[in-house]
Design a protein around this ligand. Structure first.
Ligand SMILES: [Zn+2]
Length: 363
């Protein structure tokens, strides 16, 4: 396949360069991958050939219905992403990103994460024989940091808010010359997320009207939009489901800007929903575009509601990460706002396993 890079800020096209993270100096000028071939079979388009794919059994996660528990909407389908090799949805992206890294001759790299992407990248890197340095906030739950270490990466714990890990990894890479292979900047990761959309289409056709997602950096939102858009261009679907965005109070740059509300990060903010504790996402404009084009809503939920839902769904047999429970609080808000109703077939990803941060839960 022939692929090129396109800057998400200025739209300028350039040849693909795996190690180039930005178009300009601005942190927001990330790249998007596009395919030059017009014809499309309706199968997911990937920037890595099947012979070069590094796989650990990611994707094809099961779905269950909580229809009886949400009588005010037509259906609530949970796609259980914790049935993934490292127990989170990030494995979809890591498979493609590490496959591309291997193909580009990478032997060692560094990356920053709130924990899940770090564990995932560590696993795929280990399988590919690549050494990984993973930078995480000091508050990352032990089960995630242990996972990172068990898969063979070198763990760098950085005190302070999530942004400090990003600053530290950039400094480390500059000083050592080790490449920074960021799952947030590098567009190969996003391409791996598209399979989420294809699987929903394969299982439900055009039945799903709304997808409610927890949004930190927004890779799942962007990847899902791209996947459905490919299906639309291929003539398989007429309409992309609404891709609603749920953020937590204190960490809501995307929801605020979507609703024309000023955003300024208060450094004293904290949340147990670590996967969405992102104050300055580089792909913010791209994520907002996906929300607008799918005619969806961007909302903010309270920490307390997330924690309540975390317990409620556990009683239904779904032990999710705290972050994942934000979508159930989001569904409740969207019902109350009348954004979704008795006609809506709503799907939520349960993005990560509850075993990853059980130590943060008061039981
Ligand atoms: Zn640009």
């Amino acid at each position: 396949m022939n692929i090129k890079y396109r800057c998400i800020e200025c739209n300028r096209e350039s040849p693909q360069d795996f190690f180039r993270l930005k178009c300009e100096e601005s942190d927001y000028s990330c790249f998007d991958i596009f395919y030059e071939e017009k014809e499309h079979s309706g199968e997911v388009r990937l920037p890595v050939g099947s012979e070069d794919l590094i796989k650990l059994g990611e994707g094809n996660t099961p779905c269950i219905s909580l229809k009886d528990n949400f009588p005010r909407i037509n259906d609530l389908i949970c796609k259980l992403e914790y049935f993934s090799p490292t127990s989170s949805f990030k494995d979809r992206g890591s498979s493609i990103l590490i496959s591309a890294a291997k193909k580009n001759g990478v032997l060692e790299f560094a990356e920053d994460s709130s924990g899940n992407a770090g564990a995932s990248m560590s696993a795929y890197a280990g399988h590919a024989g690549i050494k990984a340095h993973i930078f995480v906030p000091g508050t990352t739950p032990l089960s995630k940091t242990d996972q990172i270490k068990m898969f063979g990466a070198e763990l760098h714990k950085i005190p302070g808010p999530r942004q400090n890990s990003t600053d530290a990894v950039k400094k480390f890479c500059k000083e050592t010359g080790i490449p920074y292979i960021s799952h947030n900047y590098n567009p190969f990761f996003i391409e791996g997320m598209k399979s989420f959309a294809y699987e929903i289409y394969e299982e439900y056709g055009e039945l799903v009207t709304d997808i409610v997602m927890p949004v930190g950096n927004g890779s799942l939102t962007v990847g899902t939009f791209k996947g459905f858009n490919e299906l639309k261009v291929a003539g398989k679907i007429k309409k992309i489901p609404k891709l609603h965005c749920v953020q937590v109070k204190g960490f809501s740059p995307i929801s605020n800007r979507s609703n024309n509300i000023d955003w300024e990060f208060d450094t004293s903010s904290s949340t147990l929903a670590g996967g969405i504790a992102v104050s300055d996402p580089p792909r913010i404009n791209q994520v907002i575009q996906c929300i607008i084009e799918s005619e969806a809503s961007a909302i903010v939920v309270d920490e307390e509601d997330i924690l309540n839902w975390h317990r409620k769904i556990a009683k239904l047999g779904i032990l999710s990460e705290i972050t994942s429970a934000a979508v159930f609080a989001g569904v409740e808000s969207l019902i109350n706002m009348n954004e979704i109703n008795e006609e809506s077939v709503v799907l939520v990803p349960v993005t990560g396993s509850g075993l990853k941060d059980l130590s943060n839960v008061m039981i």
